[in-house]
Design a protein around this ligand. Structure first.
Ligand code: S3P
Length: 203
């Protein structure tokens, strides 16, 4: 079927053929915004995966969950990697997978709670992308983590004691890294529009 522009009798099909290739490329680049990668950081249970997935869907980026990528690469789940290979091996894997993602555009990466605190991971993310810290209070995190189906190896040690106290201490050690993010968003009753609009300003 041939469509005609209102103002002329020239078929659109013909007109489109004449649009220079560069213009098409520019349009596609704009549409897909060729944007910087976005990294979500924060303590375990702060909502990095859920919000990362949603953010990627809305801004039209691909989503990667760092833990899932590690699991796919090794063919073991995070708990198995910790128990069979040890934390040091996990941190090395985490670093390598992160490095492999840093040269990609149009992606949202949900990192693990410890990612920015090891190797030069924080600097790597800073150099290429936008870092968003989802900040939550230890008590809120403890509540979420207590009811979470995913059992985190780091927290197994704390299970016997007071989880909230463990998180408060652990979070205080990590906060120096988290605080270096470009953006900080409150994780309790997270306002997704604030997250979305703040991130958009950095892309
Ligand atoms: C870890 C957080 C976990 C996972 C691993 C270690 C951490 O990811 O990477 O168990 O050191 O805080 P989540 O933050 O997605 O739970």
């Amino acid at each position: 079927m041939e469509v005609f522009l209102k103002s002329s009798k020239i078929p659109i099909k013909f007109k489109i053929k004449r649009i220079p290739r560069l213009l098409v490329m520019l349009y596609l680049c704009k549409k897909h915004s060729m944007g910087k990668p976005v990294f979500l950081i924060g303590y375990m249970g702060s909502g990095k995966s859920t919000n990362g997935r949603k953010l990627a869907r809305i801004i039209g980026y691909f989503h990667f969950d760092l833990d899932e990528e590690i699991e796919k690469l090794v063919g073991k789940n995070i708990n198995q990697i910790f128990s069979e290979e040890g934390e040091d091996a996990f941190r090395l894997l985490e670093h390598s997978v992160l490095v492999s993602l840093t040269n990609r555009k149009n992606i949202v990466v949900s990192t693990g709670g410890g990612t920015p605190c090891y190797y030069n991971n924080l600097q790597l993310m800073k150099d290429v992308g936008v870092i968003v810290y989802i900040k939550m209070k230890p008590e809120s995190l403890a509540k979420r983590l207590q009811s979470s189906k995913v059992k985190r190896p780091i927290l197994v040690r704390a299970q016997a004691g007071d989880l909230s106290a463990f998180i408060a201490k652990h979070l205080a050690q990590r906060e120096d890294f988290y605080k270096q993010a470009h953006l900080t968003i409150k994780g309790e009753n997270l306002d997704f529009d604030i997250l979305l609009n703040s991130v958009k300003e950095y892309l």
